[in-house]
Design a protein around this ligand. Structure first.
Ligand code: IVH
Length: 463
C-alpha cells in the first residue's frame, strides 16, 4: 500500500478511536463493544509498530482515558494514573516475562518472578488522597495526567474510609482503586445504562452528590500514587496493609510464580466469573517486588512491570438457572436457557438460545449445568459446551414438553417429504389463531416493519 493510503487509514482509525473514547469517558456511553474497541486500539498499535512514520499525538499509546469533563474542577495527579498493556494468549504472557528477564539481565533457570495476580475489576478508577489519616481529595483518572475533582461524590461511598488512625498509615498517600456497582444492585437500580460499569461511571460523575448517594457504589483498593512515609517492600504486603487500614481488597488476589501457574489461575478465575457479584474482564499481573518495579519503570503510558490478561471477548462461563419454552408465530417451540447474568464483551447476557429439542438432546443440556456461552456480533448468544465435571449427581435430563405451553395442544415434529427425516423443530399443532401465543406473534409480525409496517402499533400494544 502507498504511504499516503497507510497514513489515511491510520488517521481514520485514530479518529474513530478518539470518538468512542470521548463517548465512553465523557458521556458514559459504549457505542461499540469493548472487544471491538480493544481490537481497534490493537490495530493502531500494530500499524505504529509496522510503519515508523505513523505518528499522532492522539495515539492510544500516548493517551489514557479522556480530558476531564467541564462539570468538575480539573486537578493534576501528582503521579500519573497510567494504563496497562494487554495480553490475550499464553504466548503474550511468555513474551511479557521474557522481556522482563531480558531487561533485568536474568535467566529464567535461576530467577523466578513472583507476581501479584489480581482480578481486573471492570469499573472506574479513582485516586484518594489522605493527609495525616484524613480523606482530603478524590480524583477520577481523567486523561491520566489531570483528573476530575469528584471528592464529594467519592465521600458518599461507604467502602472508602474517611479517617484512618493506624500508626503505620503513611502521613500522606494517594490510595487508588476501582469504583464499581455490584451486578445484583445494577439489576435493582439500573434504568438507562447498558452495563454496570457505565452505571458506576455515570453515578460517580453526577453533579449532585445526593444523586450519587442513592446508588450503592463500592470501592476496592489495589495500588497507590504519591506517598510519603510508606515502608512496604512489595505489592502483596501492600494489599494486606490496605485491608488492615480498613479498605476492601479483592479476596481473589493471589501471589503466583511462573507463567504456567498464571494460566491455571486465569482459567480457574474465568470459571468463577459468573459466580462473582461484580464484573471482571481479566487478571492484572504485577511484579510483586517494588524494588524490581522501580528498576523496570515505564514505557509510554504503561508500566513495564504489569500487564492485563484479558478474558475472551465473545464467550463466558455461566450456569443454567432454568429452561423456558417460547412459542413463535409458526408454532415453533424454541427452548431458551435462562442463565446467571454474565458480562460478555460489555453486554450483560441473561438468555441463551438452545435452538431446538434436538440440540438439547445432542448436547445433553440440563438445568443447573455450567456452560460456555458464546456471543458473537449481533447473533443471539448460544451454548457452546457443557462442563460435565461440574454437573450435580442429582441432575435430571431435560424433558421437552409434548404439549404446547401456551394452549395445551399436542405438539408435532413434521416429516421432511424428501429426506423422510423428522424435523428438528417441534411445533404447536393448533391452527390459525387458536393458540394465544401463536396469535400474538402472528399479529406482531403482521404490524411489523417486515410486513405492513403500521407505525405506532408496536409489540407492547399487541401484547
Ligand atoms: S493497577 C499502572 N490493579 O485496569 C497500573 N488496575 O488499564 C495501574 N484495574 O485503569 C492500574 N483492577 O481501572 C490495577 N487490580 C488492579 C486493577 C486495575 C482493575 C483497572 C484500572 C486501570 C485499568 C488498567
Amino acid at each position: 500500500m502507498k504511504k499516503d493510503l497507510i497514513k489515511k487509514n491510520y488517521q481514520e482509525k485514530i479518529k474513530q478511536f478518539n470518538h468512542y473514547n470521548k463517548k465512553y469517558y465523557d458521556e458514559n456511553i459504549s457505542e461499540i463493544l469493548d472487544s471491538d474497541f480493544d481490537n481497534l486500539k490493537q490495530e493502531i498499535i500494530e500499524l505504529e509498530k509496522k510503519h515508523v512514520f505513523l505518528k499522532s499525538k492522539k495515539s492510544p499509546q500516548l493517551n489514557v482515558g479522556f480530558t476531564p469533563s467541564k462539570n468538575f474542577k480539573k486537578v493534576s495527579h501528582r503521579v500519573p494514573m497510567l494504563s496497562l498493556s494487554n495480553a490475550f494468549t499464553e504466548e503474550d504472557l511468555l513474551n511479557f516475562e521474557k522481556k522482563i528477564l531480558n531487561f533485568l539481565d536474568k535467566k529464567s533457570d535461576d530467577f523466578q518472578i513472583e507476581y501479584s495476580a489480581e482480578p481486573k475489576i471492570d469499573g472506574i478508577s479513582a485516586s484518594i488522597t489522605y493527609k495525616n489519616g484524613k480523606f482530603k481529595t478524590g480524583l477520577s483518572r481523567g486523561d491520566g495526567k489531570e483528573g476530575e475533582d469528584i471528592t464529594s461524590n467519592l465521600k458518599t461511598i461507604e467502602d472508602i474510609p474517611k479517617e484512618i488512625s493506624a500508626k503505620d498509615f503513611p502521613n500522606e498517600i494517594e490510595i487508588r482503586g476501582e469504583v464499581f456497582i455490584k451486578n445484583s444492585d445494577f439489576k435493582k437500580f439500573n434504568t438507562k445504562f447498558a452495563n454496570p460499569r457505565n452505571a458506576a461511571s455515570g453515578s460517580l460523575r453526577q453533579k449532585n452528590p445526593e444523586d450519587t448517594k442513592k446508588i450503592p457504589l463500592k470501592f476496592i483498593a489495589y495500588t497507590f500514587g504519591f506517598e510519603k512515609g510508606m515502608n512496604i517492600l512489595n505489592q502483596n504486603e501492600y494489599l494486606k496493609k490496605l485491608s488492615i487500614w480498613g479498605f476492601k481488597t479483592n479476596p481473589l488476589n493471589k501471589l503466583i510464580k511462573g507463567t504456567k501457574n498464571l494460566m491455571q489461575n486465569y482459567i480457574q478465575i474465568e470459571k468463577l466469573r459468573s459466580n462473582i457479584d461484580f464484573d471482571i474482564d481479566g487478571i492484572v499481573y504485577k511484579i510483586n517486588s517494588f524494588e524490581l518495579q522501580k528498576r523496570l519503570g515505564y514505557v509510554a503510558n504503561a508500566p513495564r512491570w504489569a500487564i492485563a490478561h484479558k478474558f475472551s471477548a465473545n464467550s463466558g462461563i455461566s450456569k443454567i438457572l432454568d429452561i423456558d419454552i417460547q412459542v413463535g408465530r409458526t408454532g415453533a417451540l424454541t427452548p431458551v436457557a435462562k442463565i446467571d447474568p454474565i458480562n460478555i464483551g460489555g453486554v450483560l447476557v441473561s438468555n441463551a438460545t438452545l435452538h431446538n429439542e434436538d440440540e438439547i438432546i445432542r448436547k445433553d443440556i440440563r438445568i443447573g449445568d455450567t456452560v460456555v456461552i458464546e456471543r458473537a456480533g449481533d447473533v443471539i448468544p448460544h451454548i457452546i459446551s457443557v462442563d460435565f465435571k461440574k454437573r450435580d449427581i442429582s441432575s435430571k435430563k431435560f424433558i421437552f414438553p409434548i404439549k404446547c405451553p401456551s394452549c395445551g395442544s399436542n405438539t408435532i415434529k413434521e416429516e421432511n417429504l424428501i429426506t423422510k427425516k423428522k424435523d428438528a423443530i417441534r411445533r404447536c399443532s393448533s391452527e390459525g389463531f387458536e393458540c394465544e401465543k401463536v396469535a400474538v406473534e402472528k399479529i406482531k409480525h403482521f404490524v411489523s416493519k417486515e410486513a405492513l409496517n403500521i407505525e405506532g402499533f408496536g409489540k407492547k400494544i399487541v401484547e
